[in-house]
Write a protein that binds this ligand. Sequence first.
Ligand code: OGA
Ligand code: NI
Length: 357
Amino acid sequence: MADESWRLPNSVQQLAANMQEPPSQYLLREQELLGANLAGAEMPEPVPTIDLGLLSASNDPEEAAKLRSALQTWGFFQVSNHGMEASMMDSVFTASREFFQLPLEEKKKCSNLIDGKHFQVEGYGNDQVRTQDQRLDWSDRLHLRVEPEGGRNLDHWPTHPKSFRDDLHEYALKCKGIRDDILRAMPKILKLDADCLVNQFNSNAPTFARFNHFPPCPRPDLVLGIKPHADFPALTVLLMDNDVAGLQYLRDGTWYNVPAACDHTLLINIGLTMEIMTNGIFTGPMHRVVTNADKERISVAMFYGVDPEQEIGPMAHLLSEEQPAQYRKMKAKDLLVLHHEHYAGGRGPRIADTLKI
Ligand code: OGA
Ligand code: NI
């Protein structure tokens, strides 16, 4: 039988602890490094920060203008005054760190490999390795379905640290409120009914939490923590490390560094689903994570998608003879398959551009 061992990814944490040089599957090829500028550029302006309390309570025109501008330029922004307590954010972050600090054998109790070899979406581990020349990410992660609540698969939910499950439950409740505040603010700047986006999320709409752990990497000049991609779901809410930066966004061909989180803000970005629903008025930005030679980094992303059985297409109220639909309609679950295939290779254009009519 052919040697298929390459299909089983390593724990990056273990590689980082035991190796001087990352194995070749993690190293960007010469061609991929051309123009990649892993060091990134400084953003020409501070990260757009929206006062969500002000925006939601009074539809403040200044905040609405900032939101519009952020969505049409960067595709991401930070929210302050979002109503989530700083202590809750700190608890989730600390629980995540404590989980990743557990011995590998303990974390493997939540493994995303069935019988040690069959990949599934949920659990602790790494991306599926589809081809022998796939570039691998320098990160380990825990991926959990959080909503609908009845769809939680608690077998994958850590029991250590003890507070993990409760912390995630509480965090998810608050985060959903923040998601809804943002989803109601966005249509207003398009002069649409405030509920038209929220209404796209039925009781089967999935929320996934993804806890990312980026161990220190001996070759930050050659290795990425997460390869370039645009997020698939409608909206991502990201809780970032206060101390270690690493996230970069692409704008007009340049990769820009996002500074480490400060003042308990949350970072929000638009995904492919939202781009299609808004007929491209808002675009899902390409982003990636670079590695750090000395410090580990942790992030927690909440991904808000629509029902997999739902057709995703530009919203009817946005279309007219002058503004025809730019994207084909497709079931969310079919689009997700295309999305995974598209980004596994690690290069190429945004998938959204390939879906245009
Ligand atoms: C992701 C992602 C960014 C980060 O998980 O999709 O882009 O800063 N994470 O970890
Ligand atoms: Ni992402």
